[in-house]
Design a protein. Structure first.
Length: 283
C-alpha cells in the first residue's frame, strides 16, 4: 500500500473513533505504517504538530539577525517572569508569550499609534507597529513565527519534545529584549500636580486644572526635552513611563506656570488638549 493512501486514511479518521481504528490499522498495515512514520521528519496528525525542529531553527535564525540585550539583562528578564524551566517549560512559554504581547501593546500605546487598531489582536498590534516604522519586518516575522510555534505547543495534544520547548523559551527571551529596545519616543513623568495660572505673573491660579511636566526622550535616547501639558491625572510618582493619550473633551486656553526647577514664570501653552496618559505598565 502506498504512503499517500496511508496518509489519507489517517486524515479522515474522526477523533471519536481513533482508539478503535488505530488498533485495526496497526494490525492490518503494521509494516507500512512503521516505515512511513520512520521516514516522516515533520508533519501533523489530526492537526497536531509532533515535531517543530525546522520551525524552531528558523525562529532562532531570525532572532539572531537582530542585536539583542546583554546576557545580564536577559537573565534579569527570566527572573521577572518567574522562571519555571525545570518543572514546567510549557507554562513558562505561555507566560513568556503573554509578556511579549504585553510589551508590544505597551509600545503601541506609548507611541500613540493605537488609534484605529484592534488592540486585542496581536496581529493588528504588530501590523500597526510595522506600518508606523517602529517594528522592522524581520522582527515582525520573528514575532509571527514565535506565536505560531507557541500555539502549536500550548494547544497541541501531541507530546512535545521538552528540549524543543526549552529552545523556544530561550529564543523568546531574546525576542522579548529586542522588543523592549525598539527605538521610539518615550515619555516620563518629571513633575506632576503643577499649578497653572491665567496670567504671566502667575497670580490668578486656575482652580480646576493642573499641569504635568513630561521628560521626552527621543528614539535612541540622544535628545531629552521637557514640556508641560494640562492634566488632571494624579500620577503616583515621578519617573514612571506614560502612554501618549489625549482627551478632547476640554481644550485649555493660554496658561502659565512656575518652573519647579528654576522658579521662572513661563508660558505653559497657547492652547492644548488634555493629557490623560496612563502608567505604561497598566495597559
Amino acid at each position: 500500500m502506498s504512503e499517500q493512501v496511508i496518509i489519507e486514511i489517517i486524515k479522515t479518521i474522526p477523533a471519536v473513533l481513533w482508539p478503535t481504528l488505530v488498533l485495526v490499522l496497526s494490525l492490518i498495515f503494521r509494516k507500512d505504517i512503521k516505515n512511513l512514520f520512520r521516514r516522516i521528519k515533520s508533519g501533523s496528525v489530526l492537526g497536531n504538530n509532533f515535531e517543530l525542529k525546522d520551525e524552531v531553527e528558523a525562529l532562532a535564525s531570525k532572532v539572531t539577525e537582530i542585536p539583542t540585550a546583554k546576557p545580564e539583562e536577559r537573565k534579569l528578564e527570566k527572573m521577572l517572569i518567574q522562571r519555571e524551566l525545570e518543572t514546567n517549560p510549557v507554562g513558562e512559554l505561555t507566560l513568556l508569550s503573554a509578556t511579549i504581547e504585553k510589551e508590544l501593546r505597551k509600545t503601541l500605546y506609548i507611541t500613540g499609534w493605537f488609534n484605529n487598531t484592534r488592540v486585542g489582536s496581536i496581529k493588528s498590534i504588530v501590523n500597526s507597529l510595522v506600518s508606523n516604522g517602529a517594528l522592522p519586518m524581520n522582527q515582525k516575522s520573528s514575532v509571527d513565527l514565535f506565536m505560531d510555534i507557541r500555539n502549536k505547543i500550548v494547544h497541541g495534544t501531541e507530546s512535545v519534545d521538552v528540549d524543543s520547548v526549552r529552545q523556544v523559551v530561550d529564543i523568546g527571551y531574546a525576542l522579548l529584549n529586542q522588543i523592549k529596545n525598539i527605538q521610539v519616543e518615550r515619555h516620563f513623568v518629571e513633575h506632576t500636580g503643577v499649578d497653572i495660572f491665567l496670567d504671566p505673573d502667575c497670580k490668578n491660579k486656575i482652580s480646576d486644572g493642573l499641569g504635568v511636566i513630561l521628560r521626552i526622550v527621543s528614539p535612541g535616547g540622544k535628545n531629552i526635552t521637557y514640556q508641560i501639558f494640562p492634566s488632571r491625572v494624579k500620577y503616583e510618582k515621578q519617573g514612571i513611563e506614560v502612554t501618549w493619550e489625549w482627551s478632547l473633551e476640554k481644550i485649555w486656553g493660554e496658561s502659565y506656570y512656575v518652573d519647579p526647577n528654576s522658579g521662572e514664570k513661563k508660558l505653559a501653552w497657547k492652547s492644548s488638549a488634555e493629557f490623560v496618559g496612563r502608567n505604561a505598565e497598566d495597559v
